[in-house]
Design a protein around this ligand. Structure first.
Ligand SMILES: [Zn+2]
Ligand SMILES: [Zn+2]
Length: 295
């Protein structure tokens, strides 16, 4: 990360997201009171009120600008909270658990209706988010995208690669909580990736796992932002399919957006690591142990 630079870069080195707004923000289609700005909801964790009105904590709606539409597939948004929060870690731990329950509810629905469901979260403009209010996205696809198919195939070669990596995480361990473990993979797909997976091999998640994931992901993402100095981040999930091979070990990958993919990465698919996984894990452990900073 201390590689010298002499090319002007007008992006801020520190992409900091705004602090939470605890009143609805004018013009935000994901804030309470603006439910009419989205397509009708598919699911909500709701305290009161009818569908498509206020009274919800988490709300799933079709994406207004879908990459795929029925009957071929589906593209949904899970609004993670009724609070206008840009950084996932500015939710409370309980709110983060409710958000991840929403991801689980909709992934269950989409994976039964599609060949492949994929859950991801883009946070910050540098990570591809077009709306600030924290949200996850799900796509239901009629085909196996090459990267997801390759990921599934990697589990079919004999020993589970995640169980093998987790057998001796050593200095790469970040945290354990709720039956889940967060660690820096020995051979990460990209610099600063943290994986979160169940400690015991399982191809699919369930609601308690999802809620534990929300809590742990919040801690890991906050620590990663502190360590690398940017709030922009991507998160995605690899889950087994219903009826798919049990050899899959479900997991999440979270990555703060540092650096830019350039010619070698985009053209050849060769990714150099600029941070050692054990050193990154040490930084994350220290950041998680430090008191939460006020925003
Ligand atoms: Zn909002
Ligand atoms: Zn495994």
């Amino acid at each position: 990360m201390d590689r010298p630079h002499d090319v002007a870069d007008d992006r801020p080195r520190m992409a900091a997201l705004p602090p939470p707004a605890d009143a609805p923000v004018a013009g935000c289609p994901f804030c309470p009171g603006s439910e009419h700005e989205t397509p009708p909801e598919r699911w909500a964790l709701r305290d009161h009120g009818p569908a498509d009105g206020p009274g919800w904590r988490v709300r799933a709606v079709p994406n207004r600008y879908p990459v795929i539409v029925p009957p071929e597939g589906a593209h949904e948004v899970v609004v993670n909270s009724d609070r206008h929060v840009a950084a996932f870690w500015d939710l409370t731990a309980e709110q983060a658990s409710w958000a991840a329950r929403g991801w689980w509810e909709r992934e269950e629905a989409l994976t039964r209706a599609s060949r492949r469901a994929f859950v991801f979260l883009n946070q910050g403009a540098q990570a591809g988010a077009s709306l600030e209010h924290t949200h996850a996205q799900l796509v239901g696809l009629p085909v196996d995208p090459p990267r997801l198919a390759a990921r599934e195939a990697s589990f079919l070669t004999g020993t589970c690669p995640l169980c093998a990596d987790l057998a001796d995480p050593g200095d790469r361990l970040v945290a354990r909580a709720g039956g889940l473990v967060a660690w820096c993979p020995r051979i990460p797909p990209l610099t600063a990736v943290v994986r979160i997976a169940p400690e015991v091999h399982a191809p699919r998640w369930d609601r308690p796992c999802a809620e534990a994931l929300g809590r742990l992901l919040r801690e890991v993402m906050r620590a990663a932002a502190r360590v690398v100095g940017t709030d922009a981040a991507n998160v995605w999930m690899h889950l087994g399919r219903h009826g798919g091979p049990d050899a899959v070990h479900w997991h999440v990958e979270a990555i703060p957006r540092i650096g830019t993919l350039a010619g070698l990465e985009l053209g050849a698919g060769v990714y150099g690591l600029v941070v050692d996984p054990a050193a990154h894990a040490a930084g994350l452990r220290a950041a998680m142990a430090a008191p939460a900073a006020d925003r």
